[in-house]
Structure formats: C-alpha cells, structure tokens
Design a protein around this ligand. Structure first.
Ligand code: NDP
Length: 287
C-alpha cells in the first residue's frame, strides 16, 4: 500500500518557513514582499483561486494587491496596468490569472511582465532560463510537484520519469525539472502509442491531463512515485459534485510506493510555491 504524499501538510510547512523568512527580510531590510494579482473577467473558478492567493499571501506577511478588470478589457489596457506594476517598487511579484478573455493574447501579455517579477515563471525569459538550466522563476505547479517528489527522500538520479501531458504550464517545465535531477524523462500525450506500457516503465509518474481516472491501477510500476496534477470536477452517482484527479487513486495506491491525493496534493503546494517565488523576488530586489 502506497505512502500518502500529504500536499496539504507539506504546503503548510512551506508557508510557515516563508512566513519566518518574510519576517527576517522585513526586519533586516524593511522590504515586505508584495504580490499583485490581476484578474480579467468573472470566471468563478479563477475568482476562488485569486481570493485564496490573496489570503495566503497576507497570512505569510506579504502585501497583497488584487486588480479586477472587466472581461471587455483590451490587451493594451491590461499591458498598461502591467507597466505600472512593473514600475511599482512595492510590488515584487505579478501574476496574471489565466485564462484571459479571447481578445487578449496571453503570451504577449505575460511577456510584458518584468522577468524579475514573473513569479508564475511563464515569461519567455524564464522559460528559456529553465530550459538552459539557468536560475530563474519556475512555474509553481511543477515546482510544487518536484518538491514533493524530492521530499520522498529517494535518489532520483537515473530514475525513469514519465509525464503525461505536454502543456507549457505543467508538462514541459516538469520535464525540464526532472531532467535537471538526472532522471530519464519521457513526455507522453494524446498521440502516444500504448500509453499503459509507457506508464508501466515509470519510477516517477506525473499525470497532467485533465481526464478523470485516465491512469489505471495496473499502469503503475510497483513502488513508483505517482503525482496527480489533474483537477476534474465530476458528478457522483448520487448527484454530488466533487474533485477528482487523472489517476484512479484507489487502484493506483495498491501498486505505488508514494502517491498524491486529489484534492490535498498538488493544489496546495502550487500556491505555497507562488509565495516562495514572490519571497525570492523580494529578497533579490532587496539585495
Ligand atoms: P492541457 O489541457 O493544457 O494539457 C493536457 C495534456 O494532456 C495535453 O498535452 C494533451 O495532449 C494530454 N492528453 C489529453 N488527453 C490525453 C490522453 N487521452 N492520453 C494522453 N494524453 C492526453 O492541461 P494542463 O496541463 O493545463 O492541465 C492538466 C490538468 O492539470 C488539468 O486537470 C488541470 O486542471 C490541472 N492543473 C492543476 C493545477 C494544480 O495546481 N493542481 C495547475 C494546473 C493544471 P495533446 O498535447 O496531444 O493534446
């Protein structure tokens, strides 16, 4: 039976350390980390994420600024706001909540964020830095996954890592991070032949697909580390809504060595890593 990777507890421990380091930074330099979150439109899920980010930033001792724009906002107006935030010395991290309305080009907007304030790690400069193995901001979800994988205490070098999903925000940066840990990395996707056979090779399996229960129990190599990034809203037979991952958790737990639950796994670590990146941005600005 697998050991549960408790993302909630690991995130709480990380936030506690961030709170302590924030107090030290304020004491020693007078600089208090500031996180600005920009949300365009009124997507209910995005509103919940933005509220949580603001609350957790304040709990860590940060200044938190939320900018709410209507969904008819133009790309130019959004870029003008980002220009102001780039120039604001109280703001160390800028996050533009995705997705953006269709009249706005997401990557173009993200590239107007100053790279040293791009705490989401999506700016083309930070993407390039990760790819080259240079220091920079790493996207929060794969960063949180890596921390949980490392916290198993296992030697990662030489392990076979399989990532299912090749998005720019999860799959590709996850691959770069595991390659940097000297894993042998495979990225699988919707066109992969024989996905079960590819997954069965994995000492580390990261599922970032968005398909409830896609990864079956007998696809898991005995003892593997299984990280389930998927967040899927499903309706139970009794009509109740609940969140579930991309992995058939019960069946996979019979084979895995370590496994994350959904909810309570990757999600909480993602926000904690956003705070870690923002603190790092403030520390760099203070030096
Ligand atoms: P995307 O939709 O951008 O990418 C999904 C990937 O899965 C694509 O590469 C796609 O392949 C692949 N895929 C789709 N169907 C299959 C299949 N049947 N077999 C193999 N591969 C398949 O998703 P994201 O990366 O943005 O998100 C993935 C999941 O993670 C979602 O559930 C999302 O909600 C969740 N998520 C959770 C976060 C957290 O904090 N916990 C943060 C971000 C995302 P192809 O490229 O060929 O189309």
């Amino acid at each position: 039976m697998a050991t549960l990777i408790d993302g909630k507890a690991q995130a709480a421990a990380l936030r506690e350390r961030i709170g302590i380091d924030t107090a030290t930074l304020v004491d020693q330099t007078g600089v208090r980390p500031g996180l600005a979150v920009v949300i365009v439109g009124d997507d209910p899920a995005s509103q919940v994420y933005v509220r949580n980010k603001g609350k957790q930033a304040e709990a860590a001792g940060f200044n938190s600024y939320t900018h709410r724009l209507t969904d008819d906002t133009s790309e130019d107006a959004l870029k003008a706001l980002i220009g102001e935030l780039n120039a604001d010395t109280d703001v160390h991290g800028i996050l533009v909540q995705l997705p953006l309305p269709e009249q706005i080009d997401e990557q173009s907007v993200i590239n107007t964020i100053a790279a040293e304030k791009d705490v989401d790690g999506f700016h083309i400069e930070n993407v390039g830095r990760l790819s080259l193995g240079l220091p920079g901001f790493v996207p929060c979800t794969p960063l949180g996954c890596l921390k949980m994988i490392r916290n198993t205490g296992l030697e990662l070098a030489g392990m076979e890592a399989v990532i299912v999903g090749r998005s720019n925000i999860v799959g590709k940066p996850m691959a770069a991070l595991l390659l940097a840990q000297n894993c042998t990395v495979t990225i699988a996707h919707s066109r992969t032949y024989d996905l079960p056979a590819v997954c069965r090779r994995a000492d580390i399996l990261v599922a970032a697909v968005g398909r409830p229960g896609l990864i079956k129990g007998d696809w898991i190599k005995p003892g593997a580390i299984v990280i389930d990034v998927g967040i899927n809203r499903i309706t139970d037979v009794d009509g109740r809504n609940r969140l579930t991952g991309d992995v058939d958790f019960e069946a996979a737990s019979e084979h895995a060595g370590h496994i994350t639950p959904v909810p309570g796994g990757v999600g909480p670590m993602t926000i904690a890593c956003l705070l870690a990146n923002t603190l790092q941005a403030a520390q760099l600005a203070a030096t």
